[in-house]
Design a protein around this ligand. Structure first.
Ligand code: URA
Length: 159
């Protein structure tokens, strides 16, 4: 993504394609993510920066373990410090749990904004969850509209 972006998205960890290419969200979930972002005029070349909780693919694509997330979190914190986003979108429960609250339940808490240290945080479904269960798409569309409204409120530029 663009390191000048005011909006940062955080996923769980690289999948197979991402691990091979060293770029986040380039597989099927990434294609859906790009399409979702385009609905509100966002794209990774211009106005978003995309990162993951863990930086290597866990074996068999399992959810990262606590020790793995803890090993990578200093890197993510350095990314936050460099990018200084105004808005962080947590894609799925793993991102939300490590970024702001270990007890997040994504079906319950998605769409509910948090503010921490002057940064607005929005949890929403992971795009891979939408591929598995398209019935989650309407709620995700609501979250995208909420994101668009927040961008208009707090961002200086979206390029
Ligand atoms: N899923 C993630 O959480 N991150 C990626 O980069 C790709 C798929």
């Amino acid at each position: 993504g663009n390191p000048e972006a005011e909006i940062m998205l955080v996923g769980e960890g690289p999948g197979e394609q991402e691990d091979l290419q060293g770029i986040p969200f380039v597989g099927p979930a990434g294609k859906l993510l790009d399409d979702m972002l385009a609905v509100i005029d966002l794209d990774r070349k211009t106005n978003v920066y995309i990162a993951n909780i863990v930086k290597c693919r866990p074996p068999g694509n399992r959810t990262p373990e606590l020790s793995e997330a803890e090993a990578c979190l200093p890197y993510l914190r350095a990314q936050f410090a460099l990018i200084r986003p105004k808005i962080i979108v947590c894609l799925g429960a793993t991102a939300a749990r490590y970024i702001y609250d270990e007890n997040v339940r994504i079906t319950r808490d998605r769409g509910c904004w948090k503010q921490s240290k002057g940064v607005w945080i929005l949890p929403t479904y992971h795009p891979a969850a939408l591929l598995r269960d398209p019935r989650k798409k309407p709620e995700t569309f609501e979250d995208l509209k909420g994101l668009q409204a927040k961008i208009r409120e707090v961002c200086d530029h979206t390029y």
